[in-house]
Design a protein around this ligand. Sequence first.
Ligand code: M6R
Length: 583
Amino acid sequence: MCGVFAISSADINNAGEKVIEGLKKLEYRGYDSWGVATSHEMKKEVGKISCATVVFKEDSKAIGHSRWATHGGVTSENSHPHTYKTVTLVHNGIFENYLSAKNRLLQKGEKFLSDTDSEVIAHLIQEQLDLSHTPETAIQNVSQSITGRFSIVVMIEGVEEIFVARRGSPLIIGRGKGELSKTTFIASDIPAFLEYTNVVNYIDDDEMAIISNESVQFYNLLSGEEIEKRNIEVSWKEEVADKGDYNHFMIKEIFDQKQSLMSAINHTEEEIQEFISVLQSGNGVYMVACGTAHKACIAAEYYFSQIAGRKINVVPASEMPAFERFINNKTVLFAVSQSGETADILEVLEFGKKRGAKVISITNVESSSIARISQNHLPLRAGKEKAVASTKATTSQMALLLLLAYADNNRLNEGRLVLQSLASSVNDLLNPRYEEYIKSVAETLHDCRNIFIIGRNSLFPMALESAIKIMEVSYIHAQGFAAGEMKHGPIALIEKGTPCIVLGCDSETISNAMELKSRGAKIIGVSNKNNILFDQWLKIPSAGTAISIASLLPIQILSYYLATLRGLNPDMPRNLAKSVTVK
Ligand code: M6R
């Protein structure tokens, strides 16, 4: 999490303002507070950087940060950059062993202005400088003493260069061109500088760079040896994040599913077969993902079981350490992620690689860290997803996973037909009348305290995903269950009028819905057919094996309206960030 952006230039003198503009494009990484330091000034504020209009004195160098709080509350003191004597830095990641370092420095009589782990890094670098080490050695020594994932960007008073180092958290250098040939950009993600350049150097783990107006030099952070880096031209166009006529990105992205499902399944037969052959080459496949992507993987567990007869092990990435003993050179680790930067997943993949496991992935962000460390990767091509709540990337993940399950059973064409038919029905379904109707259902629910969702088979993970969607944007407590599980405990929570969303209308699910209705529940059915039990009905198209994907659409719209009717901004829910780059 956290967006980092910095500029070093001999071409421009408004680096401060430019860093603010770039950080606005990284706001999805964290929006609790922000800060920018130039060589002469520091500005920090609590709140979203998108609301900031700040003027700096002329300067050709600036570093900035948009924060998602980990250590220390959301205050201006805890916002980055952090300064200690001559050192000013921004940090993304977690300095796990910071407390012991901080205690040692406190005993030396040093004072801290914030509660962050990041400020301690500034003190440690200064300590090394005071021992007469060069800035590069100081940063090398400090980096070696830190455990955890991090990326840092450091300015030192009286020193022209900017220093950066990375282990785990993303950091990319943008090489200015044309009129900006003496300008270098440093960012945690490419969009921050894409309007100026598409020529990049990826800083990999345990690497550092020294950036001056004339050059960028790369070094191994551990050995200090210089490294040659290729300039890479990324094919990204700057996707203008434009809401068009929509009020929020979330609803725009829900409607983008009219096209995104088709893009997800448009890979060539060769690309799909190549991917599947790696998946088939393993002796045990572990799918790792987090949050919503993890629920898409559980759906895939059903697809692969029922279509391809293959057992896939699905584990939330953060829980994978418990299963590490099963990872070896015969294992296939299959990562699924929108951002491709999720720290919990990256950690599993890095561990797996060390054990010789094969790593394959599907991500939406094509140049992401997960995509780059994978031996085989398929992009989702859903287009930029800006709202924190994942919608179109989720259904693209599920569509591609369903297609892969068909391909695993040599029925790729059949899979394509199922998904093309789904894409065409989704195109018809997503229209203003449908949206209005779901809004009217949301009007009856938006002040309830709890919502339960049930589903069977591949609709069970959709019940879990529906709960995430409702909770994260509307802050209404929602919980998903396997339909048959309600009677084993949760049914005790049902009272007169408790809203229960029932995904599917097969006879067994309807029996479970009946058990809820008999105890007073209000039943909102999501299915292709109406049922006498339903108090309200959210219609979906008949979609065969793709029913799980179809079922999500009305839930996404419902979640959106539950949020907006409660006066909330669904694009940036409290306490969340789009890209979760800390463990
Ligand atoms: O970028 P990723 O797909 O790896 O992100 C995983 C989760 O953080 C993400 O799905 C999260 O649960 C979303 N807020 C859900 O809408």
